[in-house]
Design a protein around this ligand. Sequence first.
Ligand code: SAM
Length: 246
Amino acid sequence: MKYDAQFSTGARLGTPRASGEEIRRGTLCIVSTPIGNLDDITLRAIKILSSVDLIAAEDTRTTKILLNHFHIQKPLVSYFSYNEARRTPELIDKLKDGCTIALVSDAGTPGISDPSYRVIRAALDEKLPVVAIPGPSAFLPALISSGLPMDRFIFEGFLPVKKGRKTVLEKLRSEERTIILYESPHRLPRTLHDLLETLGDRQISVSRELTKKFEETVRGSISSVILHFTTHTIRGEFVLVVAGAG
Ligand code: SAM
């Protein structure tokens, strides 16, 4: 893939400078990063992160660990849910000045249950170039290893914790496509019980710690998976893939 213009000199870029790929000045690059296994980073992500002028990160400490691992040194600025309203115009001004910016989240693909929508929308509204650098996201490996139909699916992300939870669950009852949910370990039991109560005892696949040392996927009826997690420690991050209605 070629971009419109090449970085003219390394003067604003620092080193190392990526070879081959050319990024137009003022581009916002949305860069996916590993969800646990650092080997999952793409060569292109490394090149882009090494080339941009600035990296906007959900958590600069987490991203610093990633960058150190790949020997990348770049200025970092935070961009997370509580400062995105304030940070967005600052980033847009920098893009307008010709700065190239990589946007990363703590893990996976920015925007997938992570902040990024606001700055992407603002960049597009300003007719600035936006490029996605594809890579890991937790929902896809969970879906493709679930054994459930994957020709059509919906991604619901995290269920609302309080307000709106019941409504969302009830809407999902008639959903025919495979349903993908994200969940934290401490909310997993409640979510499994709510799914059983609202959707009935359907097939489910629950993946935890994807790409990591203790990766595990438990498949079966919702009630059997609940039973499994009453006798096993609930640890790690979870993706739930639920069979659609019918
Ligand atoms: N942007 C990320 C992505 O592209 O998947 C998701 C970020 S969201 C804040 C974090 C949630 O993603 C976790 O609570 C969990 O549901 C899911 N997740 C992230 N990494 C995971 C992993 N290695 N194994 C299982 N689930 C994971």
